[in-house]
Design a protein around this ligand. Structure first.
Ligand SMILES: C[S@@+](CC[C@H](N)C(=O)[O-])C[C@H]1O[C@@H](n2cnc3c(N)ncnc32)[C@H](O)[C@@H]1O
Length: 228
């Protein structure tokens, strides 16, 4: 842990530490094939892969994002001892260009905090379905105070905003059933003002994540499995 904190302190930011536990719990419950690749896309700086590897998952990983600075950070994950003997492929690419062959595979796709902002999501899912057996997705709870604060600052973000029922219906339309959902974090960190305090909050909130009331979840995470 100390060596991680010296090398990768940014991965300990709130709320990823808590989300990492939820991702690992859903991945353990899914019927994941031994040879399944974990697709982390869009990956940002690789924080999702970091927590999965940290929690013991040793499948091969495929990461992609269009932001060059983040992809360069994610590439450094391969230097981390926990991933030294694991195949980790990080690509600077549009998610629509991820490789999918005609062959049906049993891969797992981590689609974290991104469905609402990606373009052409129907086309994306049509393409990914043969490759992906399970999707583990994280979504903002759009009825939460946290999301209202976020939208005030980023009104044009998230063109595909959906509530929980609409997300499940979307997956169903694309041939996936909702297997399980979990609330993922509860501190409305987007409401913290001024911005300087937000930086402190990013690293200071982890210990309080389990102490707050569980009434108003900020995010939720779901396991969606392909209907064969
Ligand atoms: C909210 S971030 C989430 C990233 C990562 N899943 C995480 O949790 O840190 C959304 C990401 O989507 C990426 N993105 C947006 N459009 C994209 C596209 N067409 N193809 C690939 N990545 C895209 C952005 O660069 C950004 O890193």
């Amino acid at each position: 842990m100390i060596s991680d904190l010296l090398r990768f302190p940014r991965f300990y930011r709130y709320p990823y530490y808590h989300w990492g536990k939820a991702f690992s719990s859903l991945l353990s419950e899914a019927d994941v094939a031994d040879d399944a690749t974990i697709i982390d896309a869009p990956c940002g700086d690789g924080v999702v892969t970091f927590w999965l590897a940290k929690n013991g998952f040793r499948n091969s990983f495929v990461l992609c994002d269009i932001a060059e600075r983040d992809v360069n950070r994610a590439r450094k994950l391969k230097d981390w001892p926990a991933l030294r003997n694991v195949e980790v492929k990080v690509t600077l690419a549009d998610i629509h260009d991820l490789k999918v062959t005609c062959e049906r595979t049993r891969d797992v796709w981590f689609l974290i905090n991104s469905l609402f902002l990606l373009p052409e999501i129907d086309r994306l899912f049509e393409k990914m379905r043969p490759r992906v057996e399970h999707v583990i997705g994280l979504f903002p709870d759009i009825s939460s105070r946290n999301y209202r604060c976020y939208k005030k600052r980023h009104p044009t973000m998230n063109a595909n905003e959906m509530d929980r029922n609409e997300v499940s219906a979307f997956f169903n339309r694309h041939g996936y059933e909702t297997k399980k959902t979990l609330d993922a974090s509860f501190i409305p960190h987007h409401c913290i003002q001024p911005m300087r305090l937000q930086q402190i909050a990013r690293y200071g909130l982890n210990p309080f994540g389990n102490l707050v009331s569980k009434k108003d979840p900020c995010y939720w995470v779901g396991l969606f499995s392909r209907i064969d």
